[in-house]
Design a protein. Structure first.
Length: 124
């Protein structure tokens, strides 16, 4: 058996000729074959981002509700404190209907010489 020499130029020419036809065919085949896969992956990642966004929004709403409840509690406490101070200044707690004034043996309320002065302030 005799081995014939290889004509390198002819092999390169045949490969280049076949490539001119095969490369576009492979590209079109890959495009149509991979398009559904790429679209499904895109929808999957998009739905995952939507779920994550919903989870973040739920957490933010929970924190906002908690903050609102804290503010309502603080406002209620401030309202009660303002009402208490208003009652102290007006002397309503020492009226005749007051339970302190009705207790037997209770000392008489001190005489008021003017409006109450907050702690840390001096009378004029």
């Amino acid at each position: 058996m005799q081995i014939m020499p290889i004509d390198l130029t002819a092999i390169v020419a045949v490969i280049m000729g076949i490539s001119i036809v095969l490369i576009p065919v492979i590209g079109l085949t890959a495009r149509f074959a991979l398009k559904p896969l790429v679209e499904s992956l895109g929808h999957f990642f998009q739905s995952r981002n939507v779920e994550e966004s919903v989870r973040i929004m739920e957490r933010r709403m929970g924190l906002l509700e908690q903050h609102l409840e804290t503010m309502e509690t603080t406002l209620m406490r401030l309202s009660e404190a303002a009402e208490f101070h208003r009652d102290l200044r007006s002397g309503a707690h020492l009226s005749a209907g007051s339970p302190v004034a009705q207790l037997p043996g209770a000392a008489a309320p001190p005489a008021s010489t003017g409006p109450a002065v907050p702690p840390g302030h001096s009378r004029p």
